[in-house]
Design a protein around this ligand. Structure first.
Ligand SMILES: Cc1ncc(COP(=O)(O)O)c(C=O)c1O
Length: 369
């Protein structure tokens, strides 16, 4: 332990509403891996007669690049070359991706079929075999899927009902990206495990963390002979230089009120992006704060995605005109959403430029590709 890391842990604990313990690692993938291990060991120690080891995630989610996090994620094309990745310890349910509802339903008459799918899966697997549910509050990889407002509270309720830990992946959502310090705070959740990375240091130096609630942490207290501690070591986790940078980064976020600014300029960004709906190519515009997606389709009626070369033409046009945009990671078929996550210090004038550049890029999509 070192002073910057201890201060950073205290800072993060406060931002998460208190009652947390923070374990430092170097990347978002490691933060999630540590969360999986903590969940499994917690269940072994707290439910000694049961065998709760499974992690339930959502299809189309991304949780990292290690074998465990790839298995937890739901992006077939990113993991198929490395499979088989695991036994049956990572299970998947349908994502709350309303524009392409996996059940073909429409919110709110859907009755939150995606949350019901979670409960059905827990029951089908056997709740006594499940340790945790991992969710990214706003799913970024699928092209920024903002869930209906009742969805995450319902997921939390289901976790509580079956004694599962709720593990929230804040690697992208965290530190103001969505207009709150953490994405889950839009829905007043109190997750048991939170994975954080990227925005913790604005990526100036590598640092990430897994925060757990005190009731989870308490499980690992004991005499050395009891072997209750988490057997997890990490050489560089909480490196003092990285921790000092993260601390200063968070101070700047707070001093310059960048979280509030993200919410405010995010609304301006969304208003601007919605004007792009005049192009028939634009099927959906969605987002929260400064995390946004513009889904491009060949036809609004059929929602058939634009082709890979069409979306590439938009990205190339943008790049040639000084704007870097991303695209969703839905494999061959569903990488058709332009994703945006501009710096939290972005100005309204710069947002105008983003919208204007995208407007020209979409106007020039070649119809024939
Ligand atoms: C939601 C989410 N979780 C985890 C990760 C993995 O983080 P890292 O690349 O730092 O391992 C990412 C990376 O993009 C991510 O988007």
């Amino acid at each position: 332990m070192n002073l910057p890391a201890a201060s950073l842990a205290e800072q993060i604990n406060g931002l998460l509403g208190g009652d947390n313990h923070v374990y430092f690692v170097n990347s978002g993938s490691e933060a999630n891996e540590a969360g999986f291990k903590i969940a499994r060991q917690y269940m072994k120690q707290e439910y000694p007669g049961e065998f709760r080891y499974k992690t339930i995630g959502r299809y189309w989610s991304y949780h990292g690049t290690t074998l465990g996090t790839l298995a937890a994620g739901g992006m077939g094309e990113r993991k198929s070359k490395f499979e088989p990745l695991s036994g049956n310890e990572f299970v998947h349910v349908a994502p709350p991706y309303c524009y392409r509802c996996p059940f073909g339903l429409t919110y709110p008459s859907c009755g939150l079929a995606c949350a019901k799918n979670l409960e059905t899966t827990i029951l089908g697997e056997g709740p006594e075999t499940v340790a945790e549910v991992i969710v990214e509050p706003i799913m970024s990889g699928v092209g920024v899927a903002v869930p209906p407002d009742e969805y995450l509270p319902e997921v939390a309720r289901i976790c509580q009902k079956y004694g599962l830990l709720l593990h929230v992946d804040e690697v992208i959502n965290g530190f103001g990206r969505t207009g709150k310090m953490f994405g889950h705070q839009h829905w007043d959740l109190t997750p048991d495990i939170v994975s954080i990375a990227k925005g913790i240091s604005s990526a100036y130096l590598p640092i990430a963390a897994t925060a757990v609630k005190n009731h989870v942490f308490q499980s690992f207290y004991g005499e050395p002979s009891e072997n209750r501690q988490v057997a997890q070591v990490n050489t560089y986790g909480g490196h003092p230089a990285a921790a000092a940078v993260a601390l200063r980064n968070i101070e700047i976020l707070l001093e310059e009120k960048l979280v509030e600014r993200s919410a405010e300029t995010g609304r301006y960004l969304m208003d601007g992006l919605r004007t792009l709906m005049h192009h028939p190519w634009v099927g959906d515009v969605r987002g929260k704060g400064l995390l946004a997606g513009v889904e491009l389709v060949r036809s609004r009626e059929t929602k058939e995605p634009v082709g890979s070369r069409q979306i590439q033409s938009v990205m190339d046009f943008c790049r040639e005109n000084g704007l870097i945009v991303g695209r969703s990671g839905g494999g061959q078929r569903y990488s058709n959403t332009i994703t945006l996550s501009p710096p939290l210090v972005i100005t309204r004038g710069e947002i105008d430029r983003i919208v204007e550049t995208l407007n020209r890029a979409i106007a020039e999509i070649p119809a024939a590709l």
